[in-house]
Design a binder for this molecule. Structure first.
Ligand code: TXA
Ligand code: MG
Length: 338
């Protein structure tokens, strides 16, 4: 195609997407974190379809995606200047802000009847283009069946939701691979409701004050979504704290087929009969590990292994989001490396 006909083809696709959203259809769209299952956030019927397709509990609110801060005037109070500062520093990008909700512009089932709303401006060029062209506030949870690993490419979305959506916009794989950081800005000090690509240190540096984190799992989760088991393959999944080394002994029966997900650098410690998936190069390649995590869990899920072990990464600020997802996926099943 020459440039002119390419542009026409893209415009035709954008127009089709816009019309579909207007008619209450739901569509898989790429973002830089994970693929989202998007619907017009003002259309209750469309939102209902999103919850149904995912099998998502109705008390778990969706994130609203926007392309311009101006759109917030329709459904949040005027922004606190500290929030504006954070938005300027991290948007477009992998962070969602929970803000006080106003009015009835948004469908109340999109926000699970709460008086707050999570909002995000994605940086993915195709996701952004869709938001700009349609100019529709899009409610979009991750485009997976509830409880399963989030999708990091279009094929994952099709594997989970084929027949339940209008279509999927195919684009490159998500570069972050885990969901956005969710920051609760409805009270000060602000609190991290879900760790993600943007770290507490980065937020504190811009804010010049401290951010709270929900540390204790027994504490009432402030993000309703955090109370459910998540990101999980169907087999038992166990994290090996301290990582895998020469002396790692796996608690398995001889007849069990074993899978291991770990950095490539651990491969030398693992025998040939084990199904090994290399997550990243080294023990400190946290970003690469996050990018490949859900894909690795999905491959194991559909393989013939009976039990899966996953390398526990060192607990440093840059690994917080990654380790949060790993613990959620394991349901906190942990063994310690000697
Ligand atoms: O990266 C992402 O955030 C992806 C992409 C598609 O943008 N979306 C995503 O959405 O992960 P979802 O629905 O899978 O996760 C939304 C999380 C849930 O844990 C939910 O409970 C929380 O955000 N959440 C949304 N609105 C909230 C609110 N008003 N108060 C507290 N938590 C909220
Ligand atoms: Mg999700």
């Amino acid at each position: 195609l020459n440039d002119d006909s390419k542009k026409e083809a893209i415009d035709a696709q954008l127009e089709e997407i816009k019309i579909a959203f207007t008619y209450g259809e739901i569509i898989g769209i790429p973002t830089e974190t994970v693929y989202g299952l998007a619907a017009d956030a003002r259309n209750s019927e469309a939102i209902h379809k999103v919850f149904n397709a995912k099998g998502r509990p109705g008390d778990n609110p969706l994130i609203i995606h926007i392309h311009s801060i101006k759109q917030l005037e329709n459904f949040t109070a005027p922004l606190d200047e500290r929030v504006t500062k954070l938005m300027e520093a991290f948007w477009p990008g992998p962070i969602s802000f929970i803000l006080p909700l106003t009015g009835d512009y948004l469908s109340s089932n999109a926000v699970a009847e709460l008086d707050s709303v999570a909002v995000r401006m994605p940086s993915h060029p195709v996701g952004r283009k869709i938001l700009e062209y349609t100019d529709i506030p899009l409610a979009a949870p991750s485009a997976n069946i509830s409880g399963k690993p989030s999708p990091t490419n279009a094929q994952h979305v099709i594997d989970d939701l084929e027949g339940k959506l209008y279509g999927v916009v195919d684009s490159e794989s998500a570069i972050y691979g885990i969901e956005s950081t969710v920051l609760d800005c409805t009270q000060f000090p602000y609190r991290i409701a879900r760790p993600g690509a943007v770290t507490r240190e980065e937020l504190e540096e811009v804010l010049e004050s401290e951010i709270d984190t929900v540390k204790d799992e027994s504490e009432k989760p402030i993000s309703p979504g955090m109370k459910y088991k998540h990101y999980a393959p169907s087999q038992p999944l166990i994290v090996i704290e301290g990582g895998i080394n020469n002396n790692t002994k796996l608690p398995v029966d001889r007849h069990q087929k074993v899978g291991i997900i770990a950095p490539e650098s651990a491969r030398e410690f693992i025998s040939e009969d084990i199904h090994f998936i290399g997550l990243c190069r080294d023990r400190d390649s946290y970003r690469e590990a996050a990018r490949n995590l859900y894909s690795a869990l999905r491959i194991m899920d559909t393989s013939d292994v009976d039990i899966i072990f996953i390398h526990g990464f060192d607990k440093v600020p840059e690994s917080e989001g990654l380790m949060n997802r790993i613990y959620k996926a394991t349901g906190n099943e942990v063994i310690r490396s000697e």
